[in-house]
Design a protein. Structure first.
Lengths: 83, 83
């Protein structure tokens, strides 16, 4: 068994509104950071996974994301196994 | 002015406890995904930034992260400007 660091990036689907992100964009604008035109808030989940190899670490992280970490109706996720 | 997509990844500092992440790890264990040994929850902020070039887009995103998006006492952040 080796140990792998796996990063799961979870984002709202593009068609899902993000009022919290819009609120952050409004505050940045009020603070003078007017170049920021859009803000979308997502989640980052760092996993430490014990697995035989990077492919099984990825499979386990994908199962965790699909079954628990992400909401498949509203969100998409990407899994990256660190070298 | 060009428009850049900038990703800000915000994580708890290693020395900060993450009880929510520990709870997720416990649930994954109960669900049979016993290979996941540690879970740490972070945040992902996707920005669209209007700027003269990638370096000024990065500088604006770093200012936004430092001044508003991240809590510098508890969190660290990384900024990546997409090509």
């Amino acid at each position: 068994m080796n140990r792998y660091r796996v990063v799961v990036a979870i984002r709202l689907k593009p068609e899902v509104l993000d009022p919290a992100g819009q609120a952050v964009a409004g505050v940045l604008d009020q603070m003078g950071m007017t170049g920021v035109e859009s803000v979308r808030l997502g989640r980052l989940v760092d996993l430490e996974v014990a697995a035989d190899g990077p492919e099984s670490a990825r499979a386990l992280a994908e199962a965790a994301a699909r079954r628990l970490l992400a909401n498949p109706v509203l969100e998409t996720f990407e899994v990256a196994v660190e070298p």
